[in-house]
Each structure stands twice: as structure tokens, then as C-alpha cells.
Write a protein that binds this ligand. Sequence first.
Ligand SMILES: [Zn+2]
Length: 202
Amino acid sequence: MLTFADIWSTLQYDAPVFYFDNCSKNSPHMDFFGKDEQQALNNGTYDPTHEYDHSTVGVYLPDSDIFDYYCNCPDADKERHIKLMEDVSGNKDPVTNLAVYTVLHEYGHWYAWKKSGLSAFDYYSQSIDAKMKHDEAVKQYEESSGRIGSQAEISELYRKIPMESQAEAFVKDNAKNAMELVQKYNRNMKDFYKNIIHIGSI
Ligand SMILES: [Zn+2]
């Protein structure tokens, strides 16, 4: 059994991380803004001089086993993510590929933001127009039960969102190394349990 928390601690990434337990209500993501701050942005009362609570800013991952996630959690681009990981890392197990992709992509958001040196507001603003175009296409697609536009167009619009392509670049740059670390962790855990069983049987 391998969890998202196992992968996160193996990779030793420096972002705050939070775990959620219901995949039907939540999906992996990164919060750039605090809860009140996000609400203020949504309802147009955002005040850049106000000090918002940032204790919830960070990466959000499922509190689950990676196999449960693979079987039970929706991910529209699942096959694409798995293929990308397979191509870059050489690993052929879809369950681990999807989980490591997910962690790399969400941390990739944090990494690209920090590397930019910008405030969350300024960083996020660079992507807002492209993100709105994408979200609108998704809305139309869903409302028309897929009759208008196509998944391919939506994927293309998604890749034009600057912060998404930056997170994807992080995935590609780090997939091989991250996969090696996760596989090493897996092997060590298997040896550990083998030894426990061995000692237990003496
Ligand atoms: Zn993303």
C-alpha cells in the first residue's frame, strides 16, 4: 500500500500540504489564496492592503491509497497523464504513474509560483484570461453534453494557461527522478515487511 502522503514525504517537497478525504467533493489542487482572500476575490471585495490569513495556502492531495484514487476518483485527462509519466520515466504501472503525476503537477504550481518571485495575486493574474477561456469551454461542453467543442479543444485551451504549462514543465523535468525515488521507497517497504514476517516466524 502506497499513499499520497508516502509519496509526498519521499519527495521532500517544501510546500505546505493538506489532505482531503472525499474525492467526489474535492480534487487535487493548489490554493494560492487563503479562504477569506479567495472569497473576497470571488465577490469583488478584494483589498490588496488587507492582511489575509494564509494558513490554508498550499497543495491539496487525497488522503488515500493510490490504488483507491486510481479506481474511484475522476480525472478527465487520466490516460494522458499516465502516458506522459510512462514516456518520461519509463515506468509502466498506471496506478503509480497517475499518483506521481498528480503530486508533481500540484507541487509544480507551487514551484513555478515561488520561482516567479511574484505575489500570489500577480502570479495568478497572468493566467486569468486564458483560464477563463478554458473554463468557459468546459462549461459549454458540459451544458451541451459534449455537442459543442471537443475534449481536444479543451485540452489545447488548458495547455495555453501559463500556470498550467509551467506546472506541466515541472512534471516533465522531474518525473524520472521522482519515479526513481518512489520506486526505491516501495522496494524498501517491501523488504521491511518481508523482514518483519521473517522475524515473526522464528
Ligand atoms: Zn494545474
